[in-house]
Design a protein around this ligand. Sequence first.
Ligand SMILES: Nc1ncnc2c1ncn2[C@@H]1O[C@H](COP(=O)(O)OP(=O)(O)OP(=O)(O)O)[C@@H](O)[C@H]1O
Ligand SMILES: [Mg+2]
Length: 331
Amino acid sequence: MDPSSPSVQEPPAVVAQGLTRKFGTRVSVDNLNFSIAPGELYALLGDNGAGKTTTISMLTTLLAPTSGDFQICGFSGVRQSEKIKAFFGVVSQDISLYNELTCYENLKFLAELYHLPKAAIAARINELLTSAGLQDRAKDRAGNLSGGMQRRLAIACALIKSPKVLFMDEPTVGLDPASRRQIWATLKELKKSGVAILLTTHYLEEAELLADRIGIIREGKLVAEGTVRELARKIHDLRGISFKLSEDVAVASAEIKAKLDRLAAALKVTVNLDPLRNTVYISQPEGTELSAYLRSIFDGLSAENIEFHTFATGEPNLEEVFLALAKSEAR
Ligand SMILES: Nc1ncnc2c1ncn2[C@@H]1O[C@H](COP(=O)(O)OP(=O)(O)OP(=O)(O)O)[C@@H](O)[C@H]1O
Ligand SMILES: [Mg+2]
């Protein structure tokens, strides 16, 4: 077995059972059931207000569930909430660091708080600073770091006690590509060492890249769950390619529309137009192979004499994913 793949023998690191939270009459998290194995990364994917932070707040004992329970490493989150704290680290959506302390001091403070063996503290801090790419910022105050660096320091802080479970609430929002990649690399290393990770994100791409399984949460409910491959198969139709047409041809003109209609019929693809961006979106139909699909589209555009100046592969947004999943469930 691939040592980096999640273990099937070990008991789950996280289990949510009917986890529910109401605020007044609003049900913000509605009967969630899922589990995460050691070494598995589970991405909870959802829009603003879907219930991601509320779920993490319950799993990290900041918020009591209205009903339901959960387990961390076999202990009940409701009945043994003090006990489970030893097992997890958390990186919250709003970063909490001691801004007046240096990077090194932030980590040292936590190491002492968690009673790490004194002799091991310096080496552990240096190891974490290096893996966060912050080794040369050890003496800088946390408050003076860039947003991306602060996020990386917050992750290092969550890891100081070598947790078995890591909760991360949108760890890469607002970060540049290099910082994101650095965090992704850290997560992959953690997975290899057997840490179970629950990550929330708005980004389908991020979930696909990192997660072993994805749960899609909408209005507090888990509306879909599966491996990345299972979900990707269901939303296959949504993948496609977009072409920004040359400025001298309007995508909404009758002539171009007629040409695109012909192309759509000949290739059995769906074509959508965005006049604002002067862009054509062409779906990749289920069962087609990418290279053959691309070739047929380029040939089709060339046969119809449609000039474009840029093209890109299209990622569906979450709304489109929900609709596609609902459609595939109904089939
Ligand atoms: N303390 C609270 N009191 C009342 N309502 C709350 C509270 N916390 C969260 N909610 C409500 O619960 C719902 C889910 O919020 P939550 O913060 O969990 O969403 P989210 O998925 O984390 O969104 P985002 O992507 O914006 O961070 C929202 O309707 C929110 O207004
Ligand atoms: Mg949130």
